[in-house]
Design a protein around this ligand. Structure first.
Ligand code: UDP
Length: 365
């Protein structure tokens, strides 16, 4: 019987990190099952990705609670039943969300080894829930798959035995490379009457930004200023929309002519928007990496990043919430004077294959 690998996904960025796993694990001699925890559950944040990637989860959990702790408790109990029944040789957990940590804890309690995909990233910002999820998951993982060199240094500094650690590249980039034709075929530019290299693509969803009224007021002023440089297209995360409503700012946003607000987009449309943007302004983790791969300018409105290779050699810059500073960058970008950046090592579309090869040596050998 071929050994069973189980991968746990729960949120949009998770789905995007595992699209090649079925294929590469089958080829490497494994059976592979996907479990969706249900942390992101609606069509825009989950369903569209399963459909576009042709990725039907083998099992789905029903989360009864809505608080982060309640959801994690639901995930622990739901996964325990499945793990005990299916007895995987290893559980794979991508990323840094609550589903990642809950799945890792369950596997640990069930005595099943854990492989952490996108291990070793550190923002050094303990105010970010994701930072705790990353550290805790790494420290109970058997195999740590690292996307960029900083991950090696971070894990070594935390005394993780380095024979568990493997620099394999970035499985998010595998998805981009694997679906390039579908991305190019998206009609999103025509749909929104956008001219390549002239528009600004924007996303914001981190609690540090969108849960704070003052920050959202500042963001509103910033957006107004940015519309003088180019049209903005802004797919709104559900959390951000909710907070705009709470703070009474949604009408003002909807009233700005040069700002196009949309629902969260499917993968192909969103990737096409990144590929042809003049600049992307964001607080997302994954988008810093995708813009680096595309060598598209990215301004990240955060004081830190857990992905330093997007700053150097990448095309990303961390910017403060300061309108004159951001305007300066936008002018540089518009005039073509901004850095082009380079793609970090091993971001070549083959990270999933490298993971499969490590797993094969470890579990099939
Ligand atoms: N994304 C998408 N549609 C959108 C916004 C983002 O497909 O409307 C993709 C994006 O390209 C990236 C992933 O979702 O692959 C990032 O998710 P998010 O920013 O929510 O999470 P983070 O990376 O910050 O954890």
């Amino acid at each position: 019987m071929r050994p069973l690998l189980i991968t746990i996904v729960g949120t949009r960025p998770n789905f995007i990190k595992v699209t090649q796993f079925n294929r590469v694990f089958e080829e490497a001699g494994f059976r592979h099952e996907l479990i969706h925890t249900g942390q992101h559950y609606d069509l825009n944040m989950a369903g569209v990705f399963f459909r576009q990637f042709d990725l039907e989860p083998d099992h789905r959990l029903e989360l009864k609670h809505t608080s982060p702790t309640g959801q994690m408790a639901d995930i622990l109990l739901g996964l325990e039943t499945l793990f005990l029944e299916h007895k995987p040789a290893m559980v794979l957990v991508p990323g840094d969300v609550n589903s990642t940590l809950a799945a890792a804890l369950t596997a640990n309690k069930c005595g099943i080894p854990i492989g952490h995909i996108e291990s070793g990233l550190r923002s050094e910002d303990k105010g970010m829930p994701e930072e705790h999820n990353r550290i805790l998951t790494d420290h109970i993982s058997e195999l740590l798959f690292v996307t960029e060199k900083s991950g090696l240094t971070n894990l070594e500094r935390e005394n993780i035995p380095m024979d568990r650690v493997h620099l394999v590249g970035n499985t998010m980039i595998d998805t981009l490379v694997g679906f390039e034709e579908r991305i190019d075929a998206s009609s999103v530019l025509n749909d929104h009457a956008l001219t390549p290299s002239t528009y600004i693509l924007m996303t914001m969803h981190r609690p540090a930004t969108v849960d704070d009224r003052d920050a959202m007021v500042k963001l509103t002023a910033l957006i107004r200023e940015m519309t003088s440089v180019g049209r903005i297209i802004f797919p709104i995360h559900p959390r951000t929309r909710k907070q705009l409503q709470t703070f009474g700012l949604l009408d003002e946003w909807e009233g700005m002519d040069a700002l196009t607000l949309t629902e969260p987009m499917g993968y192909f449309a969103f990737q096409k928007l990144i590929k042809h943007a003049m600049v992307v302004v964001t607080d997302s983790g994954g988008i810093q990496e995708e813009t680096t791969f595309r060598q598209v300018p990215c301004l990240t409105l955060r004081p830190n990043t857990e992905r330093p290779s997007t700053l150097d050699p990448g095309s990303n810059t961390l910017v403060p919430f300061d309108i004159p500073i951001i305007s300066d960058y936008l002018q540089q970008i518009r005039k073509g004077q901004y850095k082009k950046g380079a793609v970090p090592p091993l971001w070549d579309g083959r990270a999933s294959e490298r993971i499969a090869s490590v797993l094969r040596n470890r579990l099939v050998g």
